[in-house]
Design a protein around this ligand. Structure first.
Ligand SMILES: Cc1cc2nc3c(=O)[nH]c(=O)nc-3n(C[C@H](O)[C@H](O)[C@H](O)COP(=O)(O)O)c2cc1C
Length: 325
């Protein structure tokens, strides 16, 4: 996720079990072949023998662009640098990106989706998988099925569907039932994405979409132990206790300790605020901490504020496990 998930975050979030793979922030492809440093910046894991987090979870490199030739040139560059999987972003709703003909703007023309995927798949000649991520459309859902088919026809090995249109932004609800319609038309695996915040959401998204797998976005930041709860439920049918505040604070602490080694303290504080801001929408204690710390600019004081005793009730809150399995 652009501006939010970097290699440090990927490392921290994959230490807990539950995530099968991760994706980099998008590498913006305009017209030229980008220098290696751009790829290394987005994906420092490329410098290793295996493109994985320290816990061994694969990292897929994501490209965002519209020009097939430029995408192909950069796919070759990524392959030469050691990428082991390439994902194409057709979901980004940002105005600047869409104005420059990137991300979700391609969903207005399924042929362009197909050409982009085919160019990248052709460039890597089957050496590594090429995958795609779409929304249900730009302004409306009329082309949702056509765009999904276009990604498959272009050679995508799997398709992630964020179940909203571009114009729906991040507003609930996500239309998971639309993903079932897409699945019915495709032979490649389809992965459901959008608004999966809890174990119950996970179950509902799976049931309505029929997908085996889901992709988690903001929820992994809001609740870093959600993937573990989902995995535990898959194995045992039991719900684990809800993530206590101290566990969330611990992740933020570890993050800060890593980031302060190479970033100025005020930047680390603003990154922490950004993360806490995502947490606060889903956790009352995070919301209280955010309200108290929002004007704090000193890193150590901020971290102390995260750890200070709070109001969170001690009893274990257990998220209800879905009944079906
Ligand atoms: C700040 C932010 C940055 C994002 N950056 C990316 C990105 O670089 N690539 C991508 O495929 N999706 C990106 N997304 C979209 C998420 O991956 C995901 O599809 C979307 O947030 C819906 O899923 P969620 O409700 O689980 O968060 C971003 C979302 C947010 C909020």
């Amino acid at each position: 996720m652009e501006g939010v998930i970097d290699a440090v975050t990927r490392d921290l979030l994959t230490r807990e079990e539950g995530l099968d793979w991760t994706v980099t922030e998008f590498v913006r492809v305009v017209d030229a072949r980008l220098p290696p440093r751009v790829f290394y910046k987005h994906c420092p894991e490329l410098r290793q023998a295996r493109v994985v987090t320290p816990a061994g979870i694969p990292v897929h490199l994501q490209l965002l662009g519209s020009d097939p030739q430029a995408l192909a040139a950069n796919a070759r560059q990524a392959l030469a640098l050691g990428a082991t999987s390439l994902d194409l972003n057709f979901g980004c709703p940002a105005k600047t990106v869409n104005r420059h003909d990137g991300g979700a703007s391609l969903l207005r023309d399924p042929h362009r989706v197909e050409r982009a995927v085919a160019a990248v798949a052709g460039a890597v000649e089957g050496a590594i998988p090429v995958t795609a991520k779409i929304r249900l459309g730009f302004a409306d859902k009329q082309l949702a099925l056509a765009c999904a088919r276009a990604a498959e026809d272009g050679g995508a090995r799997h398709l992630v569907v964020h179940a909203r249109t571009r114009n729906e932004g991040y507003r609930p609800p996500a239309h998971w039932e639309w993903i079932a319609r897409i699945r019915a038309q495709l032979t490649i695996p389809v992965i459901a994405n959008g608004d999966i915040w809890t174990l119950a959401d996970y179950w509902k998204a799976r049931s309505l979409s029929g997908c085996e797998d889901v992709m988690l976005g903001r929820a992994v930041l809001a609740d870093p132990l959600l993937p573990r709860r989902i995995r535990h439920w898959q194995r045992t049918g039991e719900g684990l206790p809800a993530t206590p505040w101290q566990a969330r604070a611990e992740v933020l602490h570890r993050y800060a300790e890593r980031q302060r080694q190479h970033l100025p303290e005020r930047v680390v504080v603003s990154l922490l605020k950004q993360w806490l801001n995502i947490m606060r929408g889903r956790d009352a204690e995070a919301a209280r901490r955010f309200a108290t710390l929002r004007r704090e600019t000193r890193l150590d004081a901020f971290l102390a504020g995260l750890r200070a005793p709070g109001d969170e009730p001690a009893p274990e809150r257990r998220e209800a496990a879905p009944l079906a399995c």
